[in-house]
Design a protein around this ligand. Structure first.
Ligand SMILES: C[S@@+](CC[C@H](N)C(=O)[O-])C[C@H]1O[C@@H](n2cnc3c(N)ncnc32)[C@H](O)[C@@H]1O
Length: 385
């Protein structure tokens, strides 16, 4: 029996109920879940009891006592995973991704040359991760000086990519759930085999004090891959947080979007920025698969309308049709500038030295910038018609 068969037996022993599904290796997506039989809409495919989850409350006291109370649950779970040398969860640990999987896919571990070529949104998320990791590592390494950084970061990434939002039933002495959403996390055996889709056919994952349940909103044919949704995330988010992007197959990523702030914010004078800020329209401009957002339309009008008229539009009292031509002119300039950046990034990636180690990352970045170019092109075509 292979490691996945052994793990499946172990999970069943722990009370995990598995209905007509099994792990399977898919080309380019690593492991995932496949249907072993036809499954009907509404069927429960997996239920994981509370007792089988790893949460902040399953971490041994010997560990929680030593780590600072103010530390993150992310770090607590990563440290627990690293120090857990018992055989209790060994079959589960055996099916986790390898260090090499993360070195290849996760921007956090990429060479700085490649990190510098990430699109803005992914780069921002990466900077955030680096800040979080630095704080977590400072706390853990001072409590456990023998832990090696590489071993810790591997577990930190396991927790980053394989936990679910979960509110544990509170122990008697605890009155409140963590106030930080990021601290509401659980590792859920077997559920962590599911890959992500943005399609409405994604299985719904829900939790209750009893544990975790995954059921299907559609009929599924034997042999099909079964997905869940990790959330309404753009491809830059998926890249930075999970190390993959959704391609165009299966309808692509319906939640994809890219920020326009780097191109729009410099267009405003200090006074205009102040007025935008006052009305709550400064920044967070995005282009998605359909159009630029409403915030962009409001903000760009400050460049073409007299003050009073702009305020009327911002208050929703004007339809803004009259000045749409003038706004589109600015918008086209913004999008062309962005398009130029995408082209330059693709060229830069193509010009990078052909190092086998970087090939996967370069290809991923090339694909991402091409998707961005596609989003921009679609928006430009729409404006021109
Ligand atoms: C919860 S795990 C899912 C199981 C994972 N594929 C494995 O091999 O163990 C999350 C990871 O799966 C991969 N993944 C999830 N959805 C994917 C998709 N649609 N395409 C490619 N990779 C995906 C990413 O590496 C992500 O970090």
């Amino acid at each position: 029996m292979d490691i996945h068969g052994k793990f499946t037996e172990w999970a069943i022993e722990k009370g995990v109920k598995i209905n007509g599904i099994r792990p399977h290796r898919f080309e380019g997506r690593g492991l995932g879940i496949i249907a072993e039989k036809d499954l009907k809409v509404g069927e429960t495919l997996l239920s994981v009891p509370l007792s089988a989850l790893r949460t902040a409350y399953t971490v041994p006291k010997s560990l929680t006592r030593v780590l600072p109370k103010t530390g993150t649950v992310h770090s607590l779970l990563a440290t627990d995973l690293l120090l857990d040398k018992s055989s209790a969860r060994a079959p589960w640990h055996a099916v986790l991704p390898s260090t090499l999987d993360f070195k290849t896919s996760m921007p956090l571990l990429w060479h700085p040359t490649l990190q510098a070529l990430l699109p803005t949104a992914a780069a921002k998320l990466l900077a955030n991760q680096q800040r979080k990791l630095k704080l977590d590592w400072a706390a853990v390494s001072s409590a456990f000086p023998d832990i090696k950084y590489d071993d810790y970061i591997y577990r930190w990434l396991i927790i980053n990519t394989r936990t679910f939002y979960f509110l544990s039933p509170l122990p008697a002495h605890q009155k409140l759930h963590p106030s930080n959403r990021d601290d509401c996390m659980a590792q859920s055996p077997f559920a962590d085999y599911f890959n992500h889709t943005s399609s409405t056919s994604a299985c719904s994952a829900s939790f209750s004090p009893a544990g975790y349940t995954i059921s299907t909103p559609v009929n599924i044919k034997k042999g099909e891959e079964i997905y869940i949704s990790y959330g309404n995330h753009s491809n830059d988010f998926l890249l930075a947080e999970y190390g993959f992007i959704l391609g165009e197959e299966g309808g692509g990523n319906q939640w994809d979007e890219v920020p326009l702030d780097p191109y729009i914010l410099p267009l405003f004078s200090a006074k205009q920025q102040e007025r935008l800020e006052e009305r709550g329209f400064l920044g967070k401009y995005v282009l998605d698969r359909n159009d630029v957002c409403y915030r962009t339309q409001v903000a760009l009008r400050i460049l073409v309308l007299p003050a009073r008229k702009w305020e009327h539009f911002a208050d929703g009292m004007e339809d803004g049709v009259k000045e749409q031509g003038a706004v589109n002119k600015v918008l086209k300039k913004v999008l062309r500038e962005f398009e130029l950046e995408a082209k330059e990034k693709i060229e830069e990636l193509e010009g990078l030295k052909d190092e086998a180690e970087m090939e996967y990352q370069r290809d991923m970045l090339r694909r991402r910038w091409s998707q961005i170019e596609g989003l921009i092109q679609t928006a430009l075509d729409r404006i021109q018609t």
